[in-house]
Design a protein around this ligand. Sequence first.
Ligand code: ADP
Ligand code: MG
Length: 245
Amino acid sequence: MIEVTNLQKSFGDLHVLKKIDFNVKPGEVVAVIGPSGSGKSTMLRSLVNLEQVSGGSIRIGGEAFVSDGKYVSAAEIKRITTRMGMVFQHFNLFPHLTVNENLELAPKVVKKESKAALKPRIADLLAKVGLSDKGDVYPANLSGGQKQRVAIARALMMNPEILLFDEPTSALDPELTGEVLRVIRKLADENMTMVIVTHEMNFARDVADRVIFMDQGEIAEEGTPEQIFGNPKLERTKAFLTRSE
Ligand code: ADP
Ligand code: MG
């Protein structure tokens, strides 16, 4: 579903991603852990073309939108990256739009779908994230956990084949993380393909099929949750996990 080869990214002299290679299979849930500044967000943002990479290839469902650092046309990039949805740490909802309007926006603009046609999908997705009664509410009147659940529903509106999460619970008060993690777990149970950058080690251990430990712009170690959390090979993985307890 995702094939990343030799991915490199620099910001000026700062080499942020150094030859990243990884694959995600259909239905797989991959958790990405690692210290702050290790390149996790940059890697995720590169997958949806929010960052331009300096080299390497990214294929989504067999279709490359960048090969050896060369990008395909803007229209093709758009078409391929729209196969993925992304959920951010800070929700990124439009504050001047209601929940319903936030959900309608991308399908209306990108896919030219009518409001009437979108209605049942909005109802389905709000029910799925437990917010059926919030369609007419503005984001300012929602809790952080509710905002993040709206953001997940909004990403699902485009029927993505893959969902990417960048620290979806890091901006939330601890008592609100559970309601968001439960929604993500439900998606995992439905075999959604997901890459989740997270600091929630218990959640990663529980929900991920595979865990990637990133450090200093590279994938230092990867394996099953049992291997990474139970028996990490590298000292730096051990040190990170000890600090994160
Ligand atoms: P993480 O998500 O693991 O905390 P990031 O991908 O956000 O790491 O950042 C990796 C490195 O890239 C950091 O050193 C960060 O300061 C740097 N960086 C990220 N975005 C930019 C940018 N737009 N310009 C310059 N440096 C950046
Ligand atoms: Mg980050």
